[in-house]
Design a protein around this ligand. Structure first.
Ligand code: HSE
Length: 448
């Protein structure tokens, strides 16, 4: 009785042929997931999906993955130029030759799936323009927050909303380091070495710890949220290398956790687009996202705050996004190219010229750790400068000097102020004869 129903979705069409560029962590995960879940995936997509050709420089790796019966090549351009391939899946990473390969694939009329955040953040405008011209799709769900379908959520699920802001933990390695430092008091370098061993870190781990990887991802989220072209060079980026165990401890005393956040916010003057260590109240759900996990908070005017959580890296979590993109493409292959979901959420001719604000123009609250001589009047000098700059102090801690020491740490929490004004006040404080060296400044967000 249900025969017709069961047969529906079983395609009689030829399988869609995939060309994989790269058989590393994500490439291997993609092949495994496509194979293991082939039947369910085909029931969803309406067509069978077959990995037909793969490029890898490591033929032994292909053997290890059981993929040595695939057509294999060491030259990725062989895959991109193969007339049988419908969808090219770029999992090589980096700017070049990934860009040349993707542009060539588009020129050849192939759809593209990529997990390459650096490529999209840096060259996405050019890539999407060419894809538009050629009527093909370039899908990049895996480029941001690994397995979390955040691009689909922002681009489609929240399309009714005026997005107000997004704040996310979008680098697993950095979050792992901060978590281990806070929970186990471990040293920075020691935790980074472990993240590298576990395969979370980028090929160049400075991309993780200096915030470049998160800045790539935030640039993409910002464009999707506010309908502006991708502008990676305007993303303010500060890493986590200067966070000390003392700051982690003082933050906890004040009721905060330090997280490496990507934040983008629409203001009256323009868009804030920034990645930096951020103190957030411990009571927020996102403050309790630990280890390599990622989480993204999106605030829309209609829906309110929404939170997306999951694995931001790893073979199968990232493959989950890659394969979902493949399924989306298969479903949309025969649709009118002019009526597809736009690459950057807004129609290409509707992108706005809203400026991305310089970091001096952003407004936030601050945690300051100022080293000063332990003598009368010091605090008055510091607070006078703050007062003259119209900066209100929200909380204050002064630590006992260490035995025999004549210097103390003064910790201040300020109310929200323009970064430029804060920097001016801080320069004056640092120039006082009673303070020692540069102050530590960490931005504080309530994420309310
Ligand atoms: N190095 C990245 C991270 C991998 O640690 O989050 C996923 O983009």
């Amino acid at each position: 009785m249900f025969d017709a129903l069961f047969k529906r979705g079983k395609s009689t069409m030829n399988p869609v042929k995939i060309g994989l560029l790269g058989l590393g962590t994500v490439g291997g995960g993609t092949a495994t997931v496509l194979e293991r879940n082939a039947e369910e995936i085909s029931r969803r997509a309406g067509r069978d999906i077959q990995v037909d050709f793969a490029a890898t420089l490591d033929l032994q790796q292909a053997k290890k993955l059981g993929l040595d019966s695939l057509r294999l090549t060491e030259d990725a351009f062989d895959v991109v130029n193969d007339p049988d391939i419908d969808i090219v899946v770029e999992l090589i990473g980096g700017y070049s030759p990934a860009k040349e390969l993707v542009m060539q694939a588009i020129d050849n009329g192939k759809h593209v799936v990529t997990a390459n955040k650096a490529l999209i953040a840096m060259h996405g405008n050019e890539i999407f323009a060419k894809a538009q011209e050629k009527g093909v799709i370039v899908a990049f769900e895996a480029a941001v927050a690994g397995g979390i379908p955040i691009i689909k959520a922002v681009r489609e699920g929240l399309s009714a909303n005026r997005i107000e802001w997004i704040a996310g933990i979008i680098n697993g390695t950095g979050n792992f380091i901060l978590t281990e430092m806070r929970e186990k008091g471990r040293a920075f370098d020691d935790v980074l070495a472990e993240a590298q061993e576990l395969g979370y870190a980028e090929a160049d781990p400075t991309f993780d710890v200096e915030g470049i990887d998160a800045a790539h991802k935030l640039t993409i989220l910002s464009s999707l949220a506010f309908g502006v072209p991708l502008q990676f060079s305007k993303t303010f980026t500060e890493g986590i290398t200067k966070i000390t165990p003392e700051d982690v401890e003082y933050a906890a005393e004040l009721g905060y956790a330090i997280k490496h956040l990507g934040i983008t916010r629409q203001t009256e003057k323009g868009i804030e687009q920034r990645v930096h260590p951020t103190m957030i109240p411990k009571s927020r759900l996102i403050a309790n996202v630990n280890g390599v996990m990622n989480a993204v908070l999106v605030k829309g005017d209609a829906v309110g705050a929404t939170l997306y959580y999951g694995a931001g890296a790893g073979d199968e979590p990232t493959a989950s996004s890659v394969v979902a993109d493949i399924v989306d493409i298969v479903r949309a292959m025969t649709s009118d190219p002019n009526n597809r979901v736009p690459h950057l959420a807004f129609q290409p001719d509707q992108l706005a010229e809203t400026p991305i604000l310089d970091v001096d123009e952003i407004t936030t609250a601050y945690y300051l750790r100022i080293c000063a001589l332990d003598q009368p009047g010091v605090l008055a000098e510091i607070t006078t400068i703050m007062g003259n700059s119209n900066i209100s102090i929200e909380a204050f801690i002064q630590k006992e000097p260490a035995e025999g020491a004549d210097q103390v740490d003064i910790i201040l929490l300020t109310q929200r102020v323009k970064e430029g004004d804060m920097n001016q006040a801080l320069s004056r404080i640092e120039a006082l004869p009673v303070t020692c060296g540069s102050a530590t400044k960490i931005r504080v967000e309530s994420l309310a």
